[in-house]
Design a protein around this ligand. Structure first.
Ligand SMILES: [Zn+2]
Length: 491
C-alpha cells in the first residue's frame, strides 16, 4: 500500500487512483529562456523514481511536464537577441531536453507547450467569465481588455497553502490597482502592449497569465481531475493555489487528488539567487561531476527535506556512490571467475535479499522514503563486504551469491536511475575524485603499490608491511590477487 504526503490536507494518505490501475501526473515545468539550473531538476529526478515505482506497483502512469513558452522573460530575451520569442523558447526547450538526457532520466509521456494550447486556454477563460468567476477590465489600450479571476467567487481560496485572503490582504503590501475588484485577484488574460506577441481572444489580442496555462492544459489532456499534481514548494503559493481556484471554479469538482511538493535546494543554507551569484546551471555541474552524483544528491535526502549543495555534500555523494560501486565491482570480480551456467544460487541468501527488498518496499511505499531505502541497501552492502574479499577462492556457491547481490543492487538502482555504470570503470572515476579530496595522486599510489609488490616478490615481508602501513595511512586498501595487486580508496 502506497502512502503519499498530500500537501492538500497536510497529512500522509493512502494513494487511491481515480481510475483503477491508472495514474495521471502533472508537473509544472520550466519557463524556457536560458539554461536551467541544478534546482530545476530535483523534481524530474524525484518523479522519475515516483513513476518507476508506481509502475512497479502495477499502475499505468501518464506523466506530463509542461514548457512555459509565453512569458515576459522570454520576450525580454527575444528583444535582446533580436529573435522571435518562439525561437528563444525552442532553443531552450532543446537545451532542457539535452540536460534531461544527460541525467539519464526517462522521457515524459507528454511535454505540452503553452503556445500549442491557446484555443483551449481562451475557452477556459471564457467559461470562467460566463460563470461569473472572472471579469474583464480595461487593458493597455481602448478596445483591449484584461481578464482577472475573482477570488471572492471561490470560497475555498487558500485551502492548499493555508493562506486566507483576509490575512493576505492585511499582512502584505499589495499593489493598488483600481481595476481589480479585490487586490488579490490575478490575471487570466493580459492585453497586448504595442509590439508584443499576441493571440486573438474575445477580449482583444493578448496572452494568457501564467496560472491559467496549467489549469487549461491539464483539462485538455486529462479532463477536470488528475491524480497527482507536482511542483516545487516555492510554487505552492500563489501558483498552485490559483490553479485550484481556476479549475475548481470552472468544473465545480475536485481538481487534483494529491499535491506533492518537493523542497528546495540550498547552497550552504542559503537560497539560490541571482544576487548571491550562486546559481549553477545543470550543464556546468555536469561538466565537473557525473550525473549519478547529482541524482544521489537529490535522492539520498527525503524529497520533502532541503537538499544542500556544498563541497561537502558533493563529496558525500561521491563517497556514497563509491561505496556502492566498490561492492558491486567486488561482486563482479567474484562471479566473473565462474561460468554463469555453473552459478549455484543460495536459497538462504535469496531469503535474506527478500527481507532487504521488503525493507526497501516499505520505505518507498511510505511517501517515497529514500533515506530508509538507502539505509536498507547499505545494511546489505556491509554484510556482503564482510563476507567477500578480492582474491578469495571462488566456489560456484560464492559466485552465485555474489551474482544475486549484484542483481539486487542493480534492480534497486534501476528505480532511481543509479548504479547503471560499468562498476570497475566507474569506481576508478569515483576513486579519482576521492583521491583529489585526500590530496593524493593516482600515479603516486600506483608507484607505492608497485614498490610493495616488488619487495613482496623478494619475500621481504617486513618491508612490504611498512608499505601497507603507509598506504593504509593514505586511506588506500590493497588486495593481493594472483593477477597482481589491486588497490582502491577505503570507503
Ligand atoms: Zn503550474
Amino acid at each position: 500500500m502506497l502512502k503519499i504526503y498530500n500537501t492538500l490536507g497536510k497529512q500522509l494518505e493512502e494513494f487511491k487512483p481515480i481510475h483503477p490501475g491508472k495514474v495521471t501526473i502533472y508537473m509544472c515545468g520550466p519557463t524556457v529562456y536560458g539554461l536551467l539550473h541544478v534546482g530545476n531538476f530535483r523534481g524530474p529526478v524525484f518523479f522519475n523514481l515516483v513513476r518507476n515505482w508506481m509502475e512497479h506497483l502495477g499502475y499505468h502512469v501518464d506523466y506530463a511536464l509542461n514548457f512555459t513558452d509565453v512569458d515576459d522573460k522570454i520576450m525580454m530575451k527575444a528583444k535582446e537577441t533580436n529573435q522571435a520569442p518562439g525561437e528563444v523558447s525552442e532553443v531552450y526547450i532543446e537545451e532542457y531536453k539535452k540536460d534531461f538526457a544527460s541525467l539519464g532520466l526517462r522521457k515524459h509521456d507528454r511535454n505540452p507547450k503553452v503556445t500549442d494550447y491557446m484555443p483551449q486556454i481562451v475557452s477556459f477563460i471564457s467559461d470562467l467569465v460566463d460563470k461569473k468567476k472572472a471579469y474583464a477590465t480595461t487593458g493597455a489600450e481602448p478596445g483591449l481588455n484584461d481578464v482577472n479571476f475573482s477570488i471572492s467567487e471561490f470560497k475555498d481560496y487558500g485551502k492548499l497553502s493555508g493562506r486566507k485572503p483576509e490575512e493576505l490582504q492585511s499582512g502584505v503590501r499589495i499593489e493598488v490597482n483600481e481595476k481589480k475588484k479585490n487586490p488579490l485577484d490575478f490575471a487570466l488574460w493580459k492585453s497586448a502592449k504595442s509590439g508584443e506577441i499576441s493571440w486573438p481572444s474575445p477580449w482583444g489580442p493578448g496572452r494568457p497569465g501564467w496560472h491559467i496555462e496549467c489549469s487549461a492544459m491539464i483539462k485538455a489532456m486529462f479532463g477536470d481531475q488528475i491524480d497527482i499534481h507536482a511542483g516545487g514548494l516555492d510554487l505552492m503559493f500563489p501558483h498552485h493555489e490559483n490553479e485550484i481556484a481556476q479549475s475548481e471554479a470552472c468544473s465545480g469538482g475536485k481538481f487534483s487528488n494529491y499535491w506533492m511538493h518537493w523542497n528546495m535546494i540550498q547552497f550552504g543554507g542559503a537560497k539560490m539567487s541571482k544576487s548571491l551569484g550562486n546559481i549553477v546551471s545543470m550543464r556546468d555541474f555536469l561538466k565537473d561531476h557525473h550525473a549519478e552524483v547529482y541524482k544521489w544528491m537529490m535522492l539520498a535526502p527525503h524529497y520533502r527535506s532541503t537538499a544542500d549543495f556544498t563541497d561537502d555534500t558533493i563529496y558525500q555523494a561521491v563517497s556514497g556512490l563509491a561505496r556502492v560501486y566498490s561492492s558491486i565491482a567486488l561482486a563482479e570480480s567474484v562471479f566473473l571467475q565462474v561460468n554463469e551456467t555453473d552459478f549455484k544460487m543460495d536459497a538462504k541468501y535469496h531469503a535474506e535479499l527478500q527481507v532487504a527488498w521488503t525493507a526497501i518496499e516499505t520505505a518507498l511505499n511510505d511517501d517515497f522514503g529514500t533515506p530508509a531505502a538507502f539505509a536498507a541497501m547499505f545494511d546489505l552492502i556491509r554484510k556482503f563486504n564482510s563476507q567477500f574479499r578480492r582474491g578469495m577462492k571462488v566456489t560456484p556457491e560464492l559466485a552465485g551469491k555474489a551474482f544475486q547481490f549484484f542483481e539486487f543492487i542493480k534492480k534497486f538502482g534501476s528505480f532511481l536511475s543509479l548504479f547503471q555504470e560499468y562498476p570497475t570503470k566507474f569506481l576508478i572515476e569515483l576513486d579519482d575524485q576521492l583521491l583529489l579530496k585526500l590530496g593524493h595522486k593516482r600515479t603516486d599510489v600506483d608507484q607505492l603499490v608497485q614498490e610493495r609488490a616488488k619487495v613482496r616478490e623478494a619475500k621481504d615481508f617486513a618491508k612490504a608491511d611498512e608499505y601497507r602501513k603507509k598506504l593504509t595511512e593514505m586511506k588506500i586498501n590493497v588486495s593481493d590477487l594472483p593477477t597482481g595487486s589491486f588497490w582502491e580508496v577505503m570507503k
